[in-house]
Design a binder for this molecule. Structure first.
Ligand code: NAD
Length: 295
């Protein structure tokens, strides 16, 4: 079998188009465009790139991007004061504080300060709790993007055996909750899991979110399974060059799976598209407007 390649880039482009239409409708209804505030503390180069591309994507979708860049030495109190000002600002529908934060700042305290109605990253415990009990929630962007790709590929997920490798609050745990919400039988594997290959072999759906290059081998994959690779790992490619690989040994796994996401071009592009989607969803919900279909 040669797997279908799940084209996350194309799916994300489609979603961004639908978000742009939804943003235009929001503007027609309310007289303003949805606004996303992105806060970056310090000069981390990777974070800087993410923040810039989030801002650009916002503008391309016809939404307002409000960027706040603070120095590396910013105190926790000053950052929380900014978050509180953004909570109170009626033009701001979504607030994203780029992680990681400098060591003098406690991530948890900052996330707790974000108004859950504006928490477009879905990291606030109120949103995590709502997701867990099956209520409407703002859901972390990467796992929600993975779910969209899975539903597009498979339709109904009910009754499927799903294995999520990784239990982070950002990817693994919310991914497992989303799959449970779709009536999958969900196993969460992690660094202490015994006989991981055997656990993965039972899965109709494998989501790998570990951060270890090509850890998941082809002979772990059940023939016909759908594989979603969240991992982004930079490895040596010889002659002083590097390349990106996922957590799955892609070439061999693609011979066994029925469908698989590539790295890059699979899950990666979904994250920003879902962030824009969450911002429109948050903007409508805050104003008591009906939810948009098709997002
Ligand atoms: P994390 O480090 O917070 O969590 C990794 C998880 O993997 C942990 O729960 C750990 O228990 C598990 N793990 C570690 N070693 C393992 C092993 N040997 N066997 C089984 N499980 C093991 O990472 P994260 O933030 O969840 O990110 C995971 C990966 O996804 C990283 O490569 C990250 O770069 C990538 N990522 C991609 C996107 C995207 O937009 N595509 C977004 C977020 C994260």
């Amino acid at each position: 079998m040669t797997a279908a390649v799940i084209d996350g880039k194309a799916f994300a482009q489609g979603l961004r188009g639908r978000v742009a239409e939804a943003a235009a409708r929001f503007e027609a209804e309310t007289g303003r465009t949805p606004g996303l505030a992105v806060v970056l503390v310090g000069e981390d180069p990777a974070s800087s790139v993410y923040v810039r591309s989030k801002g650009k994507a916002c503008l391309e979708a016809g939404m307002e991007s409000l960027e706040h860049r603070l120095p590396e030495t910013t105190s926790q109190a000053d950052l929380i004061a900014l978050v509180e000002a953004l909570n109170a600002d009626p033009k701001v529908d979504g607030i994203l504080v780029q992680l990681p934060l400098p060591k003098q700042i406690d991530d948890k305290a900052v996330i707790a300060a974000i108004d859950p109605a504006k928490d477009v990253d879905g990291f606030h415990v109120v949103n995590a709790g709502r997701l867990a009990v099956g209520e409407d929630a703002l859901v972390p962007c990467t796992p929600l993007g993975c779910l969209m790709l899975l539903k597009d590929q498979l339709g109904d997920l009910s009754g499927k055996n799903a294995v999520v490798i990784g239990r982070s609050n950002i990817v693994g745990k919310p991914m497992a909750q989303l799959l449970l919400g779709e009536s999958c039988t969900v196993t969460i594997a992690h660094s202490r899991t015994q006989d991981l290959p055997d656990v993965v072999r039972r899965a109709d759906i494998v989501v790998a979110a570990v951060g270890r290059p090509e850890m998941v081998k082809a002979n772990w994959i059940k023939p016909g399974a759908v594989v979603i690779d969240v991992g982004i790992n930079r490895v040596e490619a010889g002659e002083g060059k590097t390349r990106l690989v996922g957590d799955v040994a892609y070439d061999e796994a693609a011979e066994i799976a029925s469908a698989i996401t590539p790295v890059p071009g699979g899950v990666g592009p979904m994250t920003i598209a879902v962030l824009l989607r969450n911002t429109v969803v948050a903007a409508r919900a805050r104003l008591g407007l009906a939810a948009e279909a098709g997002l």
